[in-house]
Design a protein around this ligand. Sequence first.
Ligand code: A2P
Length: 309
Amino acid sequence: ERGVVVLNNGEKMPLLGLGTWKSSDGSVKAAVTSAVECGYRHIDCAAIYGNEIEVGEALSGLFAAGTVSRSDLWVTSKLWNSMHASADVEKAVDKTLADLGLDYLDLYLVHWPVTGVKGERLSPPIEETWKAMETLVDKGKCKSIGVSNFSLKKIVAMKEYWRIPPAVNQVELHPLWRQDGLIQGCKDLGVHVTAYSPLGSPDSADMFGHSGRSLMKHPVVLDVAEKASKTVAQVLIKWALDRGTSVLPKSSNPDRIRANFDVQDWCLDPDLFAKLSAVEPQSRMLHGEFWLNPSGPYKTLADLWDDDD
Ligand code: A2P
């Protein structure tokens, strides 16, 4: 089936979704509404984005108007770091479901392998959190569960106790941070990989101290877009799809939302795909240094990311 990936539990996830991070202050309702109206069937949310009530207003409006029904849509949300204890996981999903106005999520992700509790070991451990996530599937609150910002090593460690393997690992991916090793390793485990910040998040470059680096202005990227006669965003989204990942471009502008979805009826020439796959230098935009602490569990970036790549 075109435009969807069959996850390791048989669920079909639309490959192109709308990102909603930093869409707020009244813009996310219009963004979600115009996205679904122009054909998006996958919305990526998170409690920490602080806008799930507004996303929910858009969804209830779309259901009331008959634009889509609940079963036509794929809605993802994410468990925040402060809610990893087994007693908190269900409270967190209940809050997200109430805010979104839904009775189940298609996918619920552990947002980070981070809890904010300092000490040698991650506390509570991922095992405790994951078992609580599995219970949400048993109860029908989430159809699929997964992780985000997890290294391959951290996913492999979960094999010791998982009853339900993660369906998805959602990570930063774009031509300046390809993570080929992580993608291959996840593929070998049957874990589908989703790309966040596929446009290099031009709006967060300053926040993460990368204001000098712009993927959307990279000469190779500009050249590929010109040769393909497509927009820069379109070739970046197409590149993500062509390498087998799902992809979550964020926009709160209806024209860009529509244009970003127009990636189904054309092909990116293999030479141009190869050019985008050779952009250098490679580096993360979102390093996660804010999660480091001298008393652990992540003392260094290598502890957090396990130097997968
Ligand atoms: P806007 O919301 O005003 O459209 P990422 O998905 O990598 O995090 O990037 C999101 C950023 O890219 C947002 O600042 C968004 O701005 C911008 N953006 C999204 N689509 C396009 C596009 N087609 N052309 C230019 N900028 C875009």
